[in-house]
Design a protein around this ligand. Sequence first.
Ligand SMILES: O=C(O)[C@H](CS(=O)(=O)O)OP(=O)(O)O
Length: 239
Amino acid sequence: MEINIYQFVEGARQAKGLTVIIDVFRAFSVACYVMNNGVKDLFPIGSIEMAYKLKEENPEFILMGERGGLIQPGFDYGNSPASVESVDFNGRTVVHTTSAGTQGIVNAIHADEIITGSFVNAQAIIDYIRAKNPDYVSLVCMGWEAVEEADEDTLFANYVKNALEGKPNDFAAIVHYMRHESKTGKFLDVRGEASAPTEDFDLCLCLDRFPFVLKAEPYGDSLVRLHKVNMDKDWSAIG
Ligand SMILES: O=C(O)[C@H](CS(=O)(=O)O)OP(=O)(O)O
């Protein structure tokens, strides 16, 4: 198994094999919280115009996401795990668009398959990759606005790579670094505004809270749908 780490949208375009699009703060952490709360369909979208169009055509859809970290006009939720942690999404459809994370999914055009990456489902991701045992694994860090390296995404990529290569990880050291040294962590921790509550820091670094992988699959002509693969019971579906 050859494992390569890439950065940003350009990295997503280069990715091949089993591809993990990583966004710890906060796109693919919040996506896991929404999926855990029973969402029927979760659509990661690139352009905000497309998100508004989908809402216009389907008024019952829920809009979630950000630009510049902030909830956008007409959106039901921002990109914040704290805002959705206790929301019941049963039977609902959520359209999710963000500056970094969802851009990676729509740009991973050469990937054999795409799953999302975040610490909240890290072990499920590692188990999934081990079970599939692909020739190539691409770990794509989306960073800040998909243009500036974000420590948490690169740390996550190395966490997965280490685990797959049988090397040790020290998650406590990662959290300590993020809280006290990383520019990214300090930034998130002090934002404390409606679009980025301070609780998001801990909710995004809640290791292995969810036992499932989010797998991206084409839906209709132009959409991608995130589908849940339960690593505690769906082994037959992994194949
Ligand atoms: O709102 C977030 O958490 C970030 C903002 S930025 O684009 O990285 O600056 O969005 P995300 O796409 O979840 O990284």
